[in-house]
Design a protein around this ligand. Structure first.
Ligand code: ATP
Ligand code: MG
Length: 453
């Protein structure tokens, strides 16, 4: 491809710049992806117009990243992110450029970018492709190569090391040797990159066809050890039974096997066994055990998710999956046991937990038949259809009713409600207001008697 097929709305947009004496280019990911043949909707533009000059050209402009020369033009229901050509000032902490300098040449702007494949530009009116760093050839060779001196480029911004791993996963490209060497030499500087930036790249790795490609690149250059040491610890920790892999390889295989488009399930898959190295024990007869590893895994995962600045909702989803990944269903389970399982996991998390379990089993020994899980899911659906209460909120008694019985609001009432729910999970026929009142009263009085309060 030697010309970028510029959509007509973008050509019209570029004409506004042209008529005012400015140039406009499509830059970065959109050109790369177009050349590769991946779909793109996310266009970034670069121009020699200063931000104020862009503001003057259009009626509706939002100053989205004015500090870095970026504004967003709103035009006919579309938005266009436009950045003035710039070079980056000094990076004193491997993070953000302290300041940026606006420049008038596209060439200067392109040479501040990270990888050759990301330094292609397309003229936004004519579609002519400008390739000053051999990006087209590297795309052809499926190669990720830093622009200029890789050591210098990764010293300017350590995040680029992780971005290299991310692009290798997204595009299934390999990393050129000198670039990889520089990544390895400087992987330790990734500690100073903010959790938010690491998280953004990590989630893009999790969203790739095969996250393993990016995770292996991270392992190879040492980024895994620096950013996820708890996971890296699983290397060479062997397992028992029909496990094909050590703990780390199993986690990576499990992550690949979890559904694309469910990044949190993939994250849980990656972290579900990180407690194994610390819980491994070998008995005198040589038997290997990992008692309670799911609890230790969840504790360690909490630390990782905190570092990555994950939201509380993301944390609770991932940790719940990890904590509950060790269920062993058999037909002998009573309906009460099934209801307690549903209550413990939470109705909304069951499909994800099953996804995790399937991925886990595929990663253990390549298993691909899950008849028992299908049976269990049918059983869960049946039990749910028959049951009147799976949560405290569905009990046919509430806090006001309990308060009327003299049970004080607070932790004690919480315990009474929980006890009533356990009773109903065991025997749904107990979910009648009068029954529940009687049970609550008895429980309350007994507690008071027992504790003499
Ligand atoms: P995608 O949007 O698909 O994740 P992208 O290549 O567009 O990929 P962005 O993070 O959106 O990546 O960045 C846009 C462009 O800005 C990149 O293609 C690259 O040229 C440049 N860029 C982004 N981050 C950096 C960085 N840390 N160092 C150097 N150049 C960067
Ligand atoms: Mg982009």
């Amino acid at each position: 491809m030697n010309r970028f097929p510029v959509p007509s709305r973008i050509r019209q947009f570029a004409t506004r710049f042209h008529d005012a004496g400015f140039s406009l280019y499509i830059v970065g990911g959109a050109v790369r992806d177009q050349v590769i043949g991946r779909s793109t909707n996310d266009y970034d533009f670069a121009t020699d117009a200063l931000p104020q000059q862009v503001v003057a050209l259009f009626r509706n402009v939002v100053l989205t990243g004015i500090k870095h020369g970026t504004v967003t033009v709103l035009l006919r229901g579309e938005s266009y992110e436009v950045t003035t050509f710039r070079t980056d000032g000094t990076y004193d902490d491997h993070r953000h450029p302290e300041q940026v300098h606006f420049v008038s040449s596209l060439a200067d702007d392109l040479s501040r970018r990270d990888f050759t494949i990301n330094a292609l530009a397309a003229h936004a009116r004519t579609g002519e492709i400008i390739d000053l760093h051999g990006g087209m050839r590297d795309i052809e060779d499926k190669c990720i190569r830093a622009i200029g001196d890789p050591l210098l480029r990764f010293t300017e911004d350590a995040l680029r090391i992780l971005r290299g791993c991310r692009f290798s996963a997204q595009l299934e490209f390999s990393i050129e040797q000198t670039t990889l060497h520089a990544m390895s030499s400087l992987a330790h500087t990734l500690v100073s990159v903010s959790g938010e930036r690491v998280r953004a790249e990590l989630f893009k790795i999790l969203d790739a066809g095969r996250p393993s490609v990016g995770l292996r690149a991270m392992q190879k250059c040492g980024a895994l050890e620096v950013l996820l040491p708890e996971l890296a610890e699983g290397a060479s920790v062997t397992q028992k039974g029909n496990h094909r892999f050590d703990v780390l390889d199993h986690a990576i295989a499990c992550c690949d096997a979890a559904p694309r488009g469910k990044p949190l399930v993939r994250l849980a898959a990656l972290l579900h066994d990180i407690g194994k190295p610390r819980s491994k024990a070998v008995s005198s007869d040589g038997e290997v055990t990992f008692h309670q590893h799911e609890i230790i895994s969840a504790q360690l995962a909490k630390g990782i998710l905190d570092r990555l600045k994950c939201s509380n909702e993301e944390k609770s989803t991932v940790l719940n999956l990890i904590r509950n990944h060790m269920f062993h269903y058999t037909e002998e389970w009573t309906d009460g046991a099934v209801r307690r399982f549903i209550n413990r996991v939470g109705c909304d998390a069951i499909a994800d937990l099953f996804d995790l379990r399937r991925a886990d089993r595929m990663a253990i020994n390549g298993e691909s038949r899950f008849d028992d899980l299908v049976d269990f899911m049918k059983r869960i659906e049946r039990v749910l259809a028959e049951s009147s209460a799976m949560t405290v909120r569905e009990l046919r008694i509430n806090g006001n009713d309990l308060a009327a019985l003299g049970i004080p609001r607070g932790p004690l009432m919480g315990r009474v409600l929980d006890m009533l729910l356990q009773t109903v999970l065991d025997d749904p026929s107990q979910n009648e207001p009068e029954r529940l009142r009687t049970i609550a009263r008895l429980f309350h009085e007994q507690r008071i008697d027992v504790h003499g309060r």
